[in-house]
Design a protein around this ligand. Structure first.
Ligand code: SAM
Length: 328
C-alpha cells in the first residue's frame, strides 16, 4: 500500500487525456475556450501508459480518465483497453459529458470499464444550453438513458449554481426513485479558467441536502465508503442514491486517496495546488523508470494536509486554472 506524508493511502489516479472540450460550461472555461497547448506539449498515450505502469507498481489500483472531454481525443477507447491490461489496475472509470457516439457505451462494456460519471448540470434543455453554451441536451440525455440500461455503473455529476440550476435539484433527485443512478451535487469551485469572477458559494453541501429534505423529509443517510468524496443519501425505496460533494467546503481532505496527472503530465497531489512537477519534461529528459518511481515517492511525501493549505501555497504563486487543464 502506498501512503502520503499524512498517512493517507493513495490508490486513485485521475488521468486527464486532453484539455480540449466541445462544451463551454461557464463554470469551467470561457466562451472562446482556453489557450490550448500544442500537441507536443500533451503527453502521448505511450507516455501515459508508462507512468500508469509505474504508479500501478507503487500501489495505485484505480484510474479515472478525464479531461477536458476525454472523447475528443482520438483513439481513446483503444487506449483505455490498454490501460485495463496493466497489472494492478483493478478499476477503470471515466468522466464524460455524454456527447460521444452511443456506440462508445458498448465498447466500454467490452473493455471492462467499471463506471461512468456523466456530467449533467440540468435536465431542462434550455438551462442546459445556457450553462454549457451548446445545444446538446438531447444527445446527452440519450447517452444517459443508454448508460442506465448498460452494465456500466452510472453516476451523474451536477455542479450547483445559484441563478442557474437550483430548480433542477428536486427533479434530479426524483430521477433516483426509478433509475439506478447516483446523482451527485457538487459545490462550485473557483477553477473556471478566467471564464468569470468567483464569489464563495451560497449553496454548500449542507444547504443542498436541507433543500432536498423539504421535498423528501425522510431522506436516509447512507454509509459512505472511507475515501468517498461524497456524503450519500437515499430517498426511502428509491433505486438510486443522492450524493453531495463538498468540493469547495473541503471537509473530505482527511481521507483523500487521489492524485492527478494533467494533460501536460504535471502531477497534482491536491486539486487546490498551483503547479505540479512535470513528469513530461522529466521523461523527455531521459529519466529512467527508477528515477520516475523515486520522484513520485518524494512528491507523495510532500503532500499538503488539505485543500486550504494548498490554496495558501497557490495564492503565493499563481492564479486559478480551469478544471479542464487540471483534470476534472
Ligand atoms: N468533460 C468531462 C465532463 O464533462 O465530465 C470531464 C472533465 S470535467 C472538467 C469533470 C468534472 O469537473 C465535471 O463534472 C464538471 O462539472 C466538473 N467541474 C468543472 N469545473 C468545475 C468547477 N468550477 N466547480 C465544480 N466542478 C467543476
Amino acid at each position: 500500500m502506498l501512503y502520503d506524508n499524512h498517512n493517507r493511502p493513495l490508490r486513485y489516479l485521475r488521468l486527464a487525456v486532453t484539455e480540449r472540450c466541445n462544451l463551454r460550461c461557464h463554470y469551467c472555461m470561457p466562451e472562446e475556450g482556453l489557450p490550448w497547448s500544442k500537441k507536443d506539449q500533451i503527453l502521448t498515450y505511450e507516455e501515459m501508459l508508462r507512468l500508469v505502469e509505474i504508479l500501478a507498481n507503487l500501489g495505485i489500483s484505480k484510474v479515472r480518465i478525464t479531461g477536458g472531454e476525454p472523447f475528443v481525443r482520438k483513439d481513446l477507447l483503444p487506449f483505455m483497453g490498454e490501460l485495463k491490461q496493466i497489472k494492478g489496475i483493478d478499476k477503470l472509470n471515466i468522466t464524460t459529458n455524454g456527447t460521444a457516439p452511443l456506440s462508445s457505451i458498448e465498447t466500454m462494456e467490452q473493455i471492462g470499464v467499471n463506471s461512468v460519471n456523466l456530467s449533467l448540470d440540468s435536465i431542462d434543455a434550455e438551462r442546459f444550453a445556457k450553462i454549457t453554451r451548446r445545444d446538446e441536451f438531447e444527445k446527452v440525455w440519450n447517452y444517459y438513458k443508454l448508460l442506465e440500461q448498460s452494465t456500466l455503473n452510472t453516476k451523474i455529476n451536477a455542479v450547483v449554481m445559484e441563478n442557474h440550476n437550483l430548480g433542477d435539484i428536486l427533479p434530479m433527485s426524483a430521477l433516483t426513485v426509478n433509475d439506478d443512478v447516483s446523482i451527485r451535487f457538487i459545490e462550485e469551485m473557483p477553477f473556471n479558467g478566467g471564464s468569470k469572477g468567483y464569489t464563495p458559494i451560497e449553496w454548500n453541501f449542507r444547504r443542498i441536502i436541507d433543500h432536498i429534505k423539504t421535498q423528501y423529509p425522510d431522506l436516509e443517510k447512507l454509509d459512505d465508503a472511507k475515501s468517498s468524496t461524497s456524503y450519500n443519501y437515499q430517498i426511502p425505496g428509491a433505486k438510486g442514491s443522492i450524493g453531495v460533494i463538498p468540493a469547495y467546503s473541503r471537509t473530505i481532505c482527511g481521507t483523500c486517496d487521489r492524485i492527478r496527472l494533467t494533460p501536460k503530465g504535471e502531477l497534482m497531489t491536491c486539486l487546490y495546488q498551483n503547479k505540479g512537477f512535470s513528469f513530461r519534461d522529466f521523461m523527455r529528459d531521459g529519466a529512467t523508470d527508477k528515477d520516475i518511481k523515486e520522484k513520485f515517492l518524494k512528491l507523495f511525501g510532500q503532500r499538503a494536509k488539505d485543500g486550504f493549505e494548498s490554496e495558501k501555497r497557490k495564492e503565493e504563486t499563481g492564479s486559478f486554472q480551469s478544471m479542464a487543464t487540471i483534470g476534472g
